[in-house]
Design a protein around this ligand. Structure first.
Ligand SMILES: N[C@H](C(=O)O)[C@H](O)COP(=O)(O)O
Length: 302
């Protein structure tokens, strides 16, 4: 089996120490992963498969991000994406990057999701799996005012297809039970509080129900996640970023995994940031990262 690529993320963030800690606790995985990061760091790890990026004498200082470090993070992502296309890796687990510092290094993407979408020539769905909630977003890094314009047959169909895939890979009985949030309060209240449910989203869901029989119509987003926690749905589809991520992070913050679904390869990531404030202090938890590796294993198809 091809190894899973693991990128270091911002080398001054918590990524490197989380990866190290995970490796120490999972020595059986040493042959199954390829670590991508700065040479000085890789040399301390005794991992048989590594790929060095950045200047050879670069040494990160925990908690002190720099443009040079952001270049390392950027090169690690490029190598992971390219290595998958060359069939050297079966998928990617990314440690957190700082979008602010990546921008200083010339990166122009709103997130890693968009980066992998471009490098792997596809249209993904951003998805999250926590201990209690599983969410697929129809739109993600889009300003709220633009969200309705992005609710199209293509984006909604993609979200439904990827929600079904996620549910099946996580072991849900087929056909998966997929709950869909409306865009407006009370899912539009029959048109009183907005027209997108009746006018756009529900007709698309109706057309998809032959293929996905347990797909709901638009439901009030304020109670749908509670209903998932009661066991009614395997996966929820949210219409926009905060609709899905606010409940997910309230309930599953330490455990959730960010998944990029629908591309030629799987990419997962712990759902937290670089945490520069605690980097290098041994305080960062590894649960979310460990879950990200586990889900990359479940989702990879090579
Ligand atoms: N939308 C994510 C979140 O809020 O958790 C975060 O921005 C990560 O996005 P990328 O994986 O695309 O970098």
């Amino acid at each position: 089996m091809l190894p899973l690529a693991i990128t270091c993320g911002d080398p001054s963030g918590v990524g490197p120490e989380i990866i190290e800690c995970w490796l120490q606790r999972n020595p059986d995985r040493l042959n199954d992963v390829c670590l991508i990061g700065p040479k000085n760091w890789l040399e301390t790890l005794q991992c048989p498969h590594t790929h060095a990026v950045g200047e050879h004498h670069f040494s990160a200082i925990p908690g002190q991000p720099s443009v040079e470090g952001a270049h390392v993070a950027l090169e690690a992502l490029e190598e992971a994406a390219y290595g998958c296309r060359q069939l050297r890796y079966r998928g990617v687990v990314t440690a957190p990057v700082s979008k602010h510092w990546m921008e200083q290094a010339g990166w122009s993407f709103p997130g890693q999701t968009e980066f992998f979408a471009e490098r792997w020539f596809g249209q993904p769905s951003m998805a999250f799996a926590g201990g209690k909630l599983r969410v697929v977003l129809t739109t993600w890094h889009v300003p709220l005012i633009d969200v309705p314009n992005h609710l199209t047959e293509e984006s909604i169909t993609r979200a439904v297809k990827n929600a079904h895939f996620l549910a099946e890979r996580l072991g849900a009985a087929s056909p998966a039970r997929i709950g869909v949030c409306g865009l407006n309060p009370h899912a539009g209240e029959g048109g009183l509080l907005g027209f997108e449910e009746q006018g756009i989203i529900d007709p698309i869901l109706d057309n998809l129900r032959d293929r996905y029989p347990n797909l709901s119509s638009c439901q009030p987003g304020d109670t749908l996640f509670w209903r998932q926690m009661q066991g009614e749905f395997d996966v929820i589809i949210a219409m926009y970023h905060d609709q899905g991520l606010a409940p997910l992070k309230a309930v599953d913050f330490d455990q959730a995994v960010n998944l990029t679904l629908g591309l030629s390869f799987i990419r997962t990531s712990p759902d937290h940031g670089t945490a520069f404030g605690i980097a290098g202090q041994g305080k960062a938890g590894i649960t979310s990262f460990a879950n990200a590796v586990e889900l990359a294993d479940k989702m990879s198809f090579i």
